[in-house]
Write a protein that binds this ligand. Structure first.
Ligand SMILES: [Zn+2]
Length: 154
């Protein structure tokens, strides 16, 4: 399932991307741009804006009520049959929404903290923003954060 978030849902968009979901979000996206994107790319609109929801009646949309990104994620999960898998976590850049690529750590020695370099072998990189990702302690923190919010990843 692919999503487009309205311009107020940046933190939810980052969570969805981190979990591997293709999620379009732009800070300067107008209602029209959101609707056009949803239609052209067959994306589900996520919004808290009832006015936007009204314009999108005939389209695929989830109207959210919470202002908290994890509660919003729960609302999406309750209303759409999305499946979250550990293997999809960190496959997509949370900033750019692009799929990340595997890299050889030897080629990026200077960009990786020394203790991470020594203990972890699997690294990926976003080709757009050049951020490098690995499954370190922050992954467990993220999973704990989701679990606290009542969300489990299969
Ligand atoms: Zn990126």
């Amino acid at each position: 399932m692919k999503f487009v978030c309205d311009d107020n849902l940046g933190r939810l968009a980052r969570w969805l991307r981190t979990l591997g979901f293709d999620t379009v979000f732009h800070q300067d996206f107008s209602d029209t741009a959101v609707l056009t994107c949803a239609l052209n790319e067959q994306r589900t609109i996520l919004t808290r804006d009832t006015r936007l929801a009204g314009k999108a009646l005939a389209r695929e949309l989830v109207l959210l009520s919470s202002s908290d990104p994890l509660e919003q994620l729960q609302e999406v999960i309750r209303q759409r049959p999305i499946v979250m898998r550990m293997s999809d976590v960190f496959t997509r850049c949370p900033c750019c929404n692009l799929l990340v690529e595997k890299i050889d750590k030897q080629d990026y020695v200077a960009a990786i903290p020394a203790y991470v370099y020594q203990t972890i072998n699997h690294f990926t990189r976003c080709t757009a923003c050049a951020r490098i990702f690995w499954r370190g302690t922050h992954v467990q923190r993220m999973i704990d954060c989701l679990r606290t919010a009542g969300i489990t990843i299969g």
